[in-house]
Design a protein around this ligand. Sequence first.
Ligand SMILES: *Cc1c(COP(=O)(O)O)cnc(C)c1O
Length: 357
Amino acid sequence: MINVTKTFLPDFDEYTTILKRAWDRGWITNNGELVRELEEKLKEFLGVSNLLFCNNGTIVLQMALKALNITGEVLTTPFSYVATTTAILWENCTPVFVDINRRNFGVDVEQMERLLTERTQAILATHVYGYPSDIEKIGLFAEKNNLKVIYDGAHAFGVKYNNKSLLSYGDVSTCSFHATKLFHTVEGGCVICQDEETYKKMFLYRQFGHSYDDYICMGINGKNSEFHAAMGLALLPKVGDLIRRRKALTELYDSLLSRVVERPDPGLSNLEYNFGYYPVLFPSEDKLLRCKANLEKKQIFTRRYFYPSLNELPYLKANSCPISEEISRRVLCLPLFPDLAEDVVREISADIIFSLS
Ligand SMILES: *Cc1c(COP(=O)(O)O)cnc(C)c1O
């Protein structure tokens, strides 16, 4: 069976050798040595300073909204994982969906003006599939209208834009280190803040808002454990190799499929991409469903990332986003992970070409 992704694991001994340090100290959570070491290594790897390692990529979105005092409307993308929207709802804010553009499937800044109200306080955009959102335009729009910018960078680990980590943009950027992501800590995530004050707030939020016997603010449990940090420490040195392997597989898919399916095109020369996903656009939803079903007969499982468009979530009443709705119906992510065999890429591609003919 082939799934859309497969968790990359280090050698068991490599993992346990690192974990043993925590074991021997008898300290397995609460800002332990491995968590602190992973944080330092992540800062170095990403070239950022205010970074917190947390327990998932959803809680960090919620912490970011809270730390930036967002209580009203948030301009956000309908084309992302559901956590981007539910984080806004969970914080009792209102998502206002901005339709996406066809280049990088990120929010279309041109649409924002007409969605602004007095209650608009922030933009929460996703670098979907690791393609940078229109960062310059978003920054200018936010500045002009006094809005905070949060980037859901769950897919952005290892991406560089203008020679800087894509996670270093916005007032706050978040990332997910879930087992299905390119770099993972089983469960986990991080948040990166521009300013020290927001960072300090989130540091406190992560530990229930108190420091020893001083109860300073309302917090939450955003901590992660030594077991999770050990996985990160084992995998971080391998990220470069993992990306190179993903790149080779992506180029193979491209060479086989470019004539039959469309691909998003971030069209940026100043981009170092991470090859986190392989999304393809089918001519129609019918054709997508046919290809998907034919692959499933061979035990090959693709994923409709992202479907439905989040403005269509059944528990929401939201504005329509025709482009996102259309793209959601036509987009499919094909299997892509470092130890995917090239023969399987050929088989998947041949099957798609056959299904479309
Ligand atoms: C995976 C993902 C999340 C959630 O991350 P978790 O670590 O699973 O909580 C949020 N946003 C996007 C875009 C994601 O892909």
